[in-house]
Every structure is written in C-alpha cells, then in structure tokens.
Write a protein that binds this ligand. Structure first.
Ligand SMILES: Cc1cc2nc3c(=O)[nH]c(=O)nc-3n(C[C@H](O)[C@H](O)[C@H](O)COP(=O)(O)O)c2cc1C
Length: 177
C-alpha cells in the first residue's frame, strides 16, 4: 500500500506539515509538490494547499483539473493550511476545505482537515502584505465579530495535530477498503 501527499506552498511552511502527516502514517508515503507529480499510481492520495484570500493555491486547483480523470473514483483526503484555524475564526476553515473539494471529480473523499499554518506578516512579500491589509480592512468592516487587531500572527503549526491527521486517514482508509 502506498500513499502520495501532494501540496504546494508559497512561503515554505506547508511541506513541514506534510512531513508531520507522513510521520503519523505507517504506509509507504511519498511527498511531492503538485508541480512535480508524474504518477498517481497510489492507493491513497492526499492533496493539500495553503489558503490565500479564502482560496487554495491556483497550482493545486490546476493540478486537480489536469488530473481529473486520474483522480476519478480514487481514495482521496484533502487538507488546507491557514491562519483562521488557529484563531477564534476557525469556522472559516470549513469554507476553505469546500473551496478545495469542489474541484475534485467524484471520488472517495475519506477525510478533510484544516491545519493551522504560519503567518508572520513581516515575512511576506510587500504585495502580499498589501493584499493582506486590504483583506483585513474588508473583514473589519464587513463582519461585526471580526477584529483584525485580535489576530495573533505567528507560526501556529501544530505538528501533533498533523501527525494525528495522518493516523486518522490511515484508519479511515483501512475501514473503507
Ligand atoms: C496574502 C495572504 C493571504 C492569506 N489569506 C488567508 C486567508 O484568507 N485565510 C486564512 O486563514 N489564512 C490566510 N493566509 C495565511 C496562509 O494560509 C498561511 O500563512 C499558510 O500557512 C501559508 O502556507 P505556506 O507557508 O506553505 O505558503 C494568507 C496569507 C497571506 C500571505
């Protein structure tokens, strides 16, 4: 039995989460950037993406589109990495997972998980900082219960939670096959 974890990243924090997921798994598991995936001959495929402005990365969505027929009817799990999950706004995570899952073909989607990511606004590009500031201003005005100054910007990655997700996926995989 073999699994593939495929992902993309903009600021480099997601691959470490992928490695933690793999640590929780017993089956032989490869990790690859979606840009480098050349075969999908795996029993279980995990697809992960960080969230930027409420959406998964275009490269991950493009990967799903171009692999549509190969992913059809396969056993799949998805995950996103984002800041909302680590905050009081974790309810947003469900929508992020839907944004990723809606691109999938009919398949056996055995698990979906939002995992806390890393966001240090001073470490992102000046363009992304502007985009982020615009997003936060919009949320501050639109949502009564949103206060951007309350967000604890940090590296919120939770490796234990990622490992637990790896274990959970394997259990679900074994139950459903
Ligand atoms: C410009 C920008 C927009 C972002 N938008 C969101 C968002 O809408 N929701 C969220 O929860 N996290 C958002 N994030 C946080 C990222 O999802 C988080 O930093 C993620 O861990 C980055 O992964 P990476 O280091 O692998 O690129 C945003 C980050 C940046 C820089």
């Amino acid at each position: 039995m073999r699994a593939l974890i495929c992902y993309d990243t903009k600021y480099g924090s997601t691959p470490e989460i992928c490695r933690a997921i793999r640590t929780g798994m017993k089956m032989d598991t490869d990790i690859q950037n979606v840009r480098d995936v050349y075969t999908l001959k795996y029993d279980l495929i995990l697809i992960g993406s960080p969230i930027f402005i409420g959406k998964p990365m275009e490269s991950v969505v493009n990967f799903i589109s171009r692999s549509y027929m190969l992913l059809h009817s396969r056993t799949i799990a998805t995950f996103v990495t984002c800041w909302a999950t680590a905050t009081q706004y974790s309810a947003f995570s469900k929508a992020f997972l839907e944004q990723l899952a809606k691109h999938l073909p009919p398949c056996r989607l055995i698990a979906q998980k939002a995992l806390p990511g890393k966001l240090l606004p001073d470490a992102v590009s000046s363009r992304d900082k502007q985009i982020l500031n615009r997003l936060l201003r919009r949320l501050d005005t639109m949502a009564d219960d949103f206060e951007s100054s309350d967000i604890p910007w940090r590296d919120a990655r939770d490796y234990a939670a990622a490992e637990a997700f790896g274990r959970e996926i394997e259990t679900l995989y074994r139950k459903t096959t």
